[in-house]
Design a protein around this ligand. Sequence first.
Ligand SMILES: NC(=O)c1ccc[n+]([C@@H]2O[C@H](COP(=O)([O-])OP(=O)(O)OC[C@H]3O[C@@H](n4cnc5c(N)ncnc54)[C@H](O)[C@@H]3O)[C@@H](O)[C@H]2O)c1
Length: 366
Amino acid sequence: MNIGLLGFGFMGKTHAYAVQNLNFFYRDLPFEAKIAGVCCAHEENARTAVRQFGLGRVYANEDEMFADQSIDVVDICTPNHCHYPTLKKAIAAGKHIYCEKPLCVTYEQAKEIAELASVRGLTAQVVFHNRFLAPVRRAKEIVDEGRLGRILSFHASYLHSSAVDTARAAGWKQDRDYGGGVLLDLGSHAIDLIYYLCGAFTDAVGKAQIAYPARLGVDGKPWQTNAEEAFYLIGTLECGAVGTVEASKIAPGTNDDLRFEIYGEKGALRFDLMNPNYLYYYDGTAPESPLGGMRGFTRIECVGRYPLPGGTFPGAKAPVGWLRGHLGSMYAFLSCVHRGVQATPSFTDGAHVQWVMERAYESAGS
Ligand SMILES: NC(=O)c1ccc[n+]([C@@H]2O[C@H](COP(=O)([O-])OP(=O)(O)OC[C@H]3O[C@@H](n4cnc5c(N)ncnc54)[C@H](O)[C@@H]3O)[C@@H](O)[C@H]2O)c1
């Protein structure tokens, strides 16, 4: 499969990383996929990306990419306001589409796009990638097994601190004209998780907040904030559950704090992306006793457990982030080779660890 990548910012890089590493994580893939070309708002950026990461060729614009018959899949990683016109053209060109969230900026646009893609029979996916985290997969299993019983309420939140500093120029995600606003940006993920785990929404009400009306704009000049920095939503689901979704970029102390809690008649679930190895499950049917019985949240070790053909690398027990340590280690070593200096942990460090083990063996043997 030849993938044409649109946009090479944060997400373009992330998707390219995913495609280029699929073979490590999924054994014996029955297909081959590669990024065959890149198109960016600034051609120079696409040129750099192609050179640095071996991403095929540069397309001057998206029309050129869509006209290329060798491109099977279009991967959309551009700012939100670009999605709708790009999607329309990609569908017309008969490409399969992997599109970043939110699908569009308005429901009217999204509905039209969903219908068009369905009529053309294309394979299309929105990048609500949190659905593919191991604890979220396990949460889905637990809900589907009926372990929570009838779901009564939910609380999801996605909190960042990126808009706290008004001296920092706003990005397009804070500008309504580019499809900005924290509900579209972060809230969409939290809403999707509740939808995925508990079912469709039947209504939603809410309140938006702008705490810092005056800040620097995308161009670095004084600017009046026009997109919400926080949003507080109350929703009702088809199953009757009522709950809240909070999205914010004005939450100091947070990093990528995506959480959900789901409460049912028979139990509850809790997840926190900052603690991504575990899902917390409360079994309300577990026996109780004066000293507590077996009641309490169970910390389920989801870690690196993925069904085959995934999960074999880096292995079921490897915690999220384990591979990052190897990247850091390899980088440190190669940088030292490059600079012609000694690296640490050195062989002397290795020998010290060896000495400790040998003393311990000697002791155990006597
Ligand atoms: N799923 C996630 O975890 C996640 C995280 C961040 C962003 N996103 C989504 O990904 C998309 C991109 O966000 P980002 O953070 O990568 O933004 P970004 O600003 O880092 O990158 C945007 C890229 O699009 C390019 N671009 C802009 N207009 C273009 C055009 N008309 N044609 C081609 N390229 C164009 C820019 O040059 C840049 O390379 C957004 O829809 C955003 O909501 C998803």
